[in-house]
Design a protein around this ligand. Structure first.
Ligand code: OXD
Ligand code: MN
Length: 621
């Protein structure tokens, strides 16, 4: 058996042969790299070209270092398992900083630090941080190269695990360096695991540092990350660039950088619709993006599962791209039954992190199959049996795989012109109150819906609203500027859309409403296609709606198609029940949340809240 069984190329262009002439290095990037060499003091510098040969060499290096192990190639060709340090398993919001001149520009939802003080602090932290290691210089593109929406960056990192991850998640290497050489602007991103090696010191399998920083300077468009190799903290192209820094670029340039999945839905009629949907982390975005619809003749295809960039095209229509090139998905809960498409995508060429290993060298996690294997090696590398009383895979364990491997990937997923968006969906995890689906009255009401998204941190007690975390637009940890200004930007974007060809409809969904016995009322997953069917009926004008104080709901007689579903009348009523008193109580909670934005809250959102209260009071009578 050779280590190299098969590889895929995650770039949009053929992988350059390693023997080909290297891409010209832009002088400004060279200059930046040379300053960083002085600061970080690496033993060597390697410019990453993005070739499959280079990826192979890095994977070999990681196997030799014990960071990853190769899985059984007969079961999971050319795939690997990484086990992180126990302290390095998730995004660290408490160590994520937005450094703007004025605190108010970061806003109440971000950790603010004064930039000069932070630069001085980081200078100490990063000095000599790469001693004993290689510094990789990693050019990358977000979005299809050549797209008017593509944006570029260069990350330096001392983690080969991070390099191969960036290789899957972005268009990386020479293909991205070429537009930078031709003058495209680029965002500098510095990453170190923060574990310098003394001469002759033996490395650990997962180097990292107990002190961590994920620092953003939105005004100068820079990113500095220290101490972690976990994806969300270390693949800086993703959350740090494509959301936090890009949200600021989007505000300044008149577009939107959003925490949204993108799908293409084709009903039996054959006319395709494109939808963008924002859900907070861990609400099933990847499952929805790869949905296998239960309705005969319906097709859902994947464009993106986490991030969307939206803009008004030269035709005046709302367009979107997925700036990423791969999926960094949460493994637990992704199952053969619940998301067969994701499971098919993971057939090979996949890096798994912190999942469990089976005795025959494959992977397993909670929810992959209904029954756990009798024996596993858990994510910490310890023996595990089903009676262990602890999960075998870390709850935030991940798979990293190229979008091209997804069997449901849409033909237009990497169209440089993007896809035309027909509707925007907001969702959260709500055990009570929020109906299965409701349509906003107009764009501004939709912005109000987005601004007030909440998710329950814990299951709600029967009939009452549970512990809520407001996660506006699912962007709470990802907006790189004052969230009040962000709301204003959305409202302004709507005004520009209104002057253009068509304003997309806005919907709110909730797959997670529970009945009196605490069980989910709605089956979810592929059955969510029934909700898409209703939305499309609204878009093409074929389905009526009934007005409610919170928006338009499906009608009882001509609403959601529940044929063949095991759903009794009572459950259906409960799924759509709007309790005006409970919503009035929620309006008070929203008022408090809005108050935290002080004078940065757009007046229109106050107005929307008052309009809602008036409609709710009228409903009570
Ligand atoms: C993610 C997240 O990893 O939202 O996508 O945390
Ligand atoms: Mn996400």
């Amino acid at each position: 058996m050779t280590l190299l069984d098969r590889t895929t190329d995650s770039t949009t262009t053929p992988a350059p042969l390693s023997a080909a002439a290297p891409a010209p290095r832009p002088a400004d990037v060279e200059h930046w790299v040379s300053d960083l060499v002085d600061l970080l003091q690496p033993d060597a510098v390697q410019w990453v070209d993005g070739s499959t040969r280079e990826r192979h060499d890095l994977l070999q290096l990681l196997v030799a270092a014990g960071t990853i192990e190769q899985l059984n190639p007969d079961l999971r060709p050319y795939s690997f398992l990484a086990r992180s340090a126990e302290s390095d398993v998730a995004r660290l919001e408490s160590r994520t900083f937005i450094c703007t001149e004025h605190e108010a520009d970061a806003g109440p939802t971000n950790n603010w630090r004064e930039p000069t003080a932070m630069r001085a602090e980081l200078d100490t932290v990063f000095r000599g941080a790469m001693k004993g290691r290689t510094m990789y210089v990693v050019p990358f593109a977000m979005g299809p190269i050549g797209s008017p929406m593509a944006r570029y960056g260069v990350q330096v990192t001392d983690s080969p695990y991070v390099v191969v991850s960036i290789g899957t998640m972005t268009r990386m290497g020479d293909a991205a360096l070429a537009p930078i050489s031709a003058g495209a602007s680029w965002v500098p991103a510095v990453h170190s695991v923060g574990a310098p090696l003394a001469h002759g010191e033996h490395d650990v399998a997962w180097p990292c540092n107990d002190t961590k920083y994920i620092v953003h300077y939105p005004e100068t468009r820079e990113i500095w990350s220290f101490g972690s190799a976990y994806g969300g903290n270390a693949i800086l192209a993703k959350k740090a660039y494509a959301l936090r820094i890009a949200s600021v670029m989007a505000r300044d340039e008149g577009w939107l950088a959003e925490h949204m999945l993108l799908i293409k839905v084709t009903p039996p009629s054959g006319r395709a619709y494109h939808l963008a949907a924002a859900f907070p982390s861990a609400c099933g975005k990847t499952n929805m993006a790869m949905m296998t619809p239960s309705l005969p003749g319906w097709k859902v295809e994947t464009i993106g599962d986490d991030i969307a960039w939206l803009w008004i095209g030269s035709d005046g229509r709302l367009r979107a791209i997925n700036p990423e090139a791969g999926f960094f998905g949460v493994a637990p809960g992704t199952g053969v039954r619940t998301n067969p498409t994701a499971i098919d995508s993971l057939w090979g060429n996949t890096i798994f992190t912190n999942v469990a290993r089976t005795d025959d060298g494959d992977v397993w996690w909670e929810g992959l199959t209904d029954q756990a294997p009798a024996h596993l090696t858990d994510w910490r590398g310890e023996e595990w049996t089903p009676d262990a009383g602890r999960p075998a895979a870390h709850p935030n364990s991940r798979f990293t795989v190229s979008a091209r491997q997804c069997p449901s990937i849409a033909g237009d997923w990497d169209d440089p012109e993007g896809v035309v968006i027909d509707a925007i969906i907001f969702g959260g995890r709500r055990a009570s109150n929020v109906p299965l689906v409701v349509e906003a009255r107009d764009w501004d009401h939709g912005v109000f819906m987005g601004a007030t998204i909440a998710s329950e941190q814990t299951a709600a007690a029967e009939g009452t609203v549970g512990e809520l975390r407001r996660d506006p637009f699912a962007m709470l940890p990802f907006a790189g500027y004052n969230m009040g200004d962000y709301f204003a930007h959305w409202l302004d974007f709507g005004r520009r859309l209104r002057r253009s060809a068509r304003v997309p409809r806005v919907f709110q969904v909730n797959w997670f409403r529970k009945g009196a016995d605490g069980s989910f009322l709605w089956p979810g997953f592929g059955e969510n296609a029934r909700v898409l069917e209703w939305m499309i009926g609204r878009l093409d004008g074929s389905l009526p709606a009934s007005e409610s104080p919170i928006g338009a709901l499906p009608t009882r007689s001509n609403g959601i198609n529940v044929d063949g579903l095991d759903l009794d009348e009572e459950a259906l009523d409960e799924l759509f029940r709007v309790d005006p008193a409970a919503f009035l109580a929620e309006a008070d909670d929203v008022e408090q949340f809005f108050a935290s934005f002080d004078d940065r809250l757009p007046g229109e959102l106050d107005r929307q809240l008052e309009l809602l209260r008036t409609r709710l009071r009228a409903a009570i009578g």
